[in-house]
Write a protein that binds this ligand. Sequence first.
Ligand SMILES: [Zn+2]
Length: 924
Amino acid sequence: MRSSWSCPAAVLRSRAVTVSCLYVLAAAAAAPMATAQALPAPAVVTGITSPKEQFGFAIGDDYQLATYEQLTAYWRRLDEQSDRMALVDIGKTAEGRSQWMAIITSPDNHRKLDRLKAIARRLALAEDVTTDAEARALAAEGRAVVWIDGGLHANETLGAQQLIETVYQLVSRDDEETRRILDNVVVLAVHANPDGHDLVANWYLRERDPLKRSLDDLPRLYQKYAGHDNNRDSYMSALAETANMNRVLYREWFPQIMYNHHQTGPAGTVMFAPPFRDPFNYVYDPLIPTSLDLVGAAMHTRFAAEGKPGVTMRRGANYSTWWNGGLRTTVYFHNMIGLLTETIGHPTPMEIPFRPERQLPSNDLPFPIEPQVWHMRQSVEYSLTANRAVLDLAARYREQFLFNIWRMGRNSIERGQRDTWTMYPRRLEKVQQAQAAGEPAGGPRLAPGAAPKSLFTRVLRDPALRDPRGYILRADQPDFPTAIVFANALIRAGVTVHRATQPFTVEGRQYPAGSLVVKAAQAFRPHVLDMFEPQDHPDDFRFPGGPPIPPYDSAGWTLAFQMGVQFDRVLEGFDGPFERVADEIDIPPGRVTGPATATAFVFSHTSNQAFRAVNRLLAAGERVERLGDGRFRVVVGRQTRARLDDVARVTGVSFEGVTGAAGGAGRVLRPMRVGLWDRYGGSMPSGWLRLVLEQFEFAYEVVYPPQLDAGGLASRFDVIVLPDGAIPEPGALWAPRQPRPEIVPAEYRERIGSFSANTTLPQIRAFLEQGGTVLAIGSSTSIGGHLGLPIGDKLVDAAGNPLKTEQYYVPGSILRVRVDTTQPVALGLRADTDVYFDNSPVFTLPADAAARGITPVAWFDSPAPLRSGWAWGQRHLEGGVAIAQAKVGRGSLVLFGPEITFRAQPHGTFRFLFNGIHLANAER
Ligand SMILES: [Zn+2]
């Protein structure tokens, strides 16, 4: 997934292990293209324009890339020329382009496409199809639906280029296999990132001299907000493109197989293809891993049969099926077979390096490849082989794939209707501990390795550990609008949500009308469990006592925890006055109440939307105050009442009219001028922050290192936000590589630069001393050290050396912290708050911290703060400070160790940021 072409970017976050850089050989440019396997010329349909006729070059020709604009024109033409293809606009992108999907199948199938779509839907949802016989009849009538995408990671240029060639071949070839595929399969060819495709292709092609063309030094993110993290959004659907694709996947077409193309292959190979390494996730159906083996075997077999070496699998790379949230991985939680390939390739010829360890054949790499010069067209041919292997298998076994997605859906519904237990590593540990303690005493003699069956019953079938039959989100919780945002993420991912039409009672608890209900008895139950329940990542080490094997992405992500949503788990079957929610839920409008003589309106600060209301009112010129208890008060002016009606309707915030000085003294808020750090090329954490600020209507200005260095910051900003990655460790020798200004278009030159202790630090210090607020997140909390604050590192051994990963290792997980909610930056937070933590900084404060103006805001008050994920050696966290605030001159510095805005997901900690932005107001 990580591209090799922008290796320095990989250093920013070590979340996903990167493959080593491959070497682009400009020198190899003159070398003739290696001849690919000679295949007999296939039968073709006449009247179809080839890519070469359309673009003037063949797909995969050296130094060439077709842009998205060109792809669009070409697909429109094919759509006119071919009765096998229908072009569908699946929605607008972040930059306003149409996102295209080509539906390709036989003309006969096109004539009954609605029927085929309905069959795919009914089998996947498994609601009104309850018997094997009905499912088999529908499977016989239906067609396999296979998703093939390209271009998600735009600098992995192969993905979009192979998609053009794939579509062309499917509409133009007339061999027996192609016709069989078209007769039996509906192919959804989806472009996953149109904006990035145009950006990257035009960047490469801007050089007229092909030998000078390069994908390096792209000036900005190739998805407006998320860049590479556009593949980290699939359960959240915060990005336009994800929402478009999730609608196709989970609400419209329900493909049984989806194939997500990436680049690059592990060094010394051409491609990684499924199956994947352990661990897999415990909540999904066993048919998922077995089907991955089946489809993966078809891919590898075809490569071997076609004489295409160099394709690895399983432990040949770091990809697993543990994590939910990627385009390819979220499908597992929807009973779909998700394929990922990572393939080498570059429009500039390159070389497969000699890696000795990739020469010995094994089950992970049965057919090694010799080091050699490599051309893009060869990678296109490999992609076509992989696509055809999948499509051929889907065509041959279409009834089984259709039946099996129904079987998985039905299994989910049935599991949701009876007592079930999901097995987790910590439960196995409990069994082992009980057994080691000699329990039960005096039982019958056991065979070696066996445990008493009574332990199975008592520990693993403990009724308290049953999977819930459903979840209830109370309508009267303090931040119900955020619960609605959460429910909408579920709905966008195809989950069925119900809403109570009247008050009701479940397990003795009373709930108001409007409460939301998510039942486990639905086809996408694995996704439901995954969004509400903790992930329990196994302890995964290279060898006993050795270093941990990093998870591919997060180890734990429970969205309900990240968003701070209050919910009840219901362990018994239940029902009530529930109606099925048809589409995304609007926030219920707030109320404006109080006497006509009200002189002010008070509103609560416990919902994130309260800040959107504040921002709207301030932007309209209203006088807004913050009260001592954290609530807000808007003073009545000439148009206030009408504005409040409008704001209440949009934000769900309720306003209570008061007269006199009700609520006590308040501080007047003014709109804050926010400067958000970013860098040349675009920082993903900064990009996600832009999205969060826009969602809640904070005005902001992006600020690049040269502008920080120029100084005068206090005259331009009240707040500077330093996201993860902005500030290196004090004394760090490494500095991010910067492009040469002369190769950069003038509009981007002002962005080149990076933090320097000599030039940037004095300006930030001056900004603070003059009363500014600096909010530093994640690794950028090292600004505290640069400023000489007496803040220590909690995660060191007795000798002061950083703990080794064998002792302490917490990859992306959710931890619980204790919060001092009387601090201005923590107003409205819960005393126990869940934070997203990724080997994040944890601080110690000196005994005289308070006297030196340093205050802990949040800290670990338990030896076991893990809520979801993996926290090896978590006892080391106890007593450590997660969030601290320091006075620097007249200003305030807040150090947020945890990722409080991670990928725009942890709405439960956004208020730290929002309060932080208003700190200058609070302390004036
Ligand atoms: Zn990728």
